[in-house]
Design a protein around this ligand. Structure first.
Ligand code: SF4
Ligand code: SF4
Length: 158
């Protein structure tokens, strides 16, 4: 995998995006963009706001998000990912959510990546992971030592 340059104000103590196949750019169905993000992309590409919105974004679940394309590693990925280098092609114009992700000093996927590469003895192995979300409802019931929470899985949507 080719090296790519990542610069960020965010301290990245426990993960290294240069060694990751851009899981975060690929696995999430929505990379939400604000009007400011679209304006930044418009400036970057020298097009109007409306043109940038039309070319690079779409609507998903009532939200404006970046378009996605088929990916060579994960099923789909961000339209702006360079699929060879796994680097962002609009790095300086990328949306706010990309700048702040993962918002902490650890990246869960990077931890898994390191773990599996050591386990498999192969620095090129890429764990395929899918994230799905399911609602859990908290109920409080009287227990022997007072009120106790318990959790109920909401019905799975088919
Ligand atoms: S998944 Fe984590 S390590 Fe990989 S590019 Fe995203 S933030 Fe970096
Ligand atoms: S804009 Fe760049 S950093 Fe953000 S999801 Fe797309 S490729 Fe990744």
């Amino acid at each position: 995998m080719a090296e790519r340059v990542i610069k960020d104000d965010q301290p990245r103590v426990y993960f290294n995006c240069n060694k990751c196949p851009a899981f975060c750019c690929s696995i999430y169905e929505r990379v939400a963009v604000s009007r400011r993000d679209v304006a930044r992309l418009a400036k970057h590409f020298g097009v109007t706001f409306a043109e940038a919105e039309r070319r690079y974004t779409t609507e998903f679940d009532g939200e404006r998000v970046l378009k996605r394309v088929k990916d060579v590693i994960f099923e789909r990925t961000c339209t702006f990912l360079d699929q060879k280098t796994r680097g962002c092609t609009v790095y300086h114009a990328r949306p706010g959510v990309c700048r702040s992700y993962p918002g902490r000093s650890r990246c869960a996927y990077y931890d898994l990546l390191r773990f599996e590469r050591i386990q498999q003895g192969d620095e090129n192995v890429v764990p395929q992971v899918r994230i799905t979300f399911r609602e859990v409802e908290e109920e409080i019931e009287d227990g022997a030592d007072g009120p106790e929470p318990f959790y109920e899985w909401a019905d799975k949507e088919e």
